[in-house]
Design a protein around this ligand. Structure first.
Ligand code: PHE
Length: 348
């Protein structure tokens, strides 16, 4: 049985009304309200659909199919209008948006020099006014420059003291900056004073040793050079670096094949003024480096007359100084490049 045409017409009119309402809605909110009104749970159409159960049984399938079609049509109609309106509101938003080109852009964090580079520069700045010039040498050195010319005898155990990285049979990664002493003596006319900063390499790694670290070598050559000149120079340098006239310098007898006499030099602990603290391990003194007067054999290595020329040389470990200056617990922190660590030095 088909549906009585009068009733069918009523529903069709309601559906047409709903379509017009959807079409005339101007905002998504308005459209949503129309949806509730026309096809929501309490709408006339939904209520009418529920009446199917009271129809004569033979009309039920026709009513069911008819309502399905009406609701399907309306929901397609609704969805399309919904898409239109949401696109329209997006377009309007974009139209309203003003880009202010005068606003500051996003800020990027500033980089800064590595603390070791800064300290190297500080050290250099103290020596330059004293007449020192900067000299450099290669990282891969021949056995001659790193050892033999510096009076290390062949097969002598002192070569093992420095945990050398060998590069082939006759070459090494330089274990200290002292080879630059030989290179300077070969290329410069005396008298001269040179400073040789740079990386050095030793097969050693723990909280106070790193396989790559930095040294600064000093060499002064003239006709008469004494231990007093050496001590005066180091004392001046350390007072400047630690910005304190109270810093005292102490020499302890030591041995290096390329200096005679040789000494290790310490400074009075700048943190406790020799009273004893955790930085100086209660001794009141902190070891800084090695030094001495140039050994005559070093002059002979480069065919210089050791009766005519004298010199002093000193070396210092830059990371070691940094550890003291900034109270750093582990030297390896300087090479891990953790930005949180490095950032703390951006103002130093
Ligand atoms: N080259 C020595 C070292 O690395 C330090 C030093 C330099 C000693 C100059 C004396 C003179 O331990």
């Amino acid at each position: 049985m088909s549906i009585p045409s009068k009733e069918k017409e009523k529903i069709q009119q309601l559906s047409a009304k709903a379509k017009t309402a959807f079409q005339t809605a101007q905002t998504e909110k308005e459209l949503y309200d129309c949806k509730t009104q026309f096809i929501g749970k309490k709408s006339l159409l939904t209520l009418a659909r529920k009446e199917i159960k009271n129809c004569p049984a033979d009309q039920k399938p026709a009513w069911g199919a008819f309502f399905n079609q009406v609701f399907q049509e309306l929901s397609i109609f609704y969805n399309e209008r919904q898409k239109e309106l949401s696109q329209r509101s997006l377009d309007q938003k974009i139209e309203r948006e003003v880009i202010d080109l005068s606003l500051p852009g996003p800020s990027f964090p500033n980089g800064s020099k590595h603390p070791i580079t800064k300290l190297l520069e500080q050290i250099i700045e103290i020596f330059i006014p004293l007449g020192y010039s900067i000299q450099t040498g290669p990282y891969v050195e021949s056995d001659w420059y790193n050892f033999s010319a510096l009076n290390f005898p062949p097969f002598h155990p002192s070569r093992d003291l420095q945990d050398t990285f060998y590069v082939g049979k006759d070459h090494v990664l330089r274990t200290h900056t002292s080879p630059v002493q030989i290179r300077s003596l070969e290329s410069l006319a005396p008298p001269f004073a040179v400073l040789a900063p740079g990386a050095v390499f030793r097969s050693d790694s723990d909280i106070s040793h790193s396989p790559m670290f930095h040294q600064v070598e000093g060499l002064y050559v003239n006709q008469k050079v004494s231990l007093a000149d050496l001590k005066g120079t180091l004392s001046y340098f350390l007072k400047k670096l630690f910005q304190s006239s109270k810093i005292q310098l102490r020499f302890r007898p030591s041995f290096f094949p390329f200096t005679e006499p040789s000494a290790e030099y310490d400074i009075s602990c700048p943190f406790c003024n020799r009273k004893g603290c955790s930085v100086c391990k209660k001794s009141g003194w902190i070891e800084i480096g090695g030094c001495g007067l140039v050994h005559p054999e070093v002059f002979h290595s480069v065919q210089w007359d050791s009766c005519q020329w004298q010199g002093f040389a000193f070396g210092l470990g830059v990371e070691r100084l940094a550890v003291i200056l900034y109270n750093i617990p582990d030297i390896r922190l300087f090479f891990e490049n953790d930005v949180r660590f490095l950032k703390q030095f951006s103002a130093v």
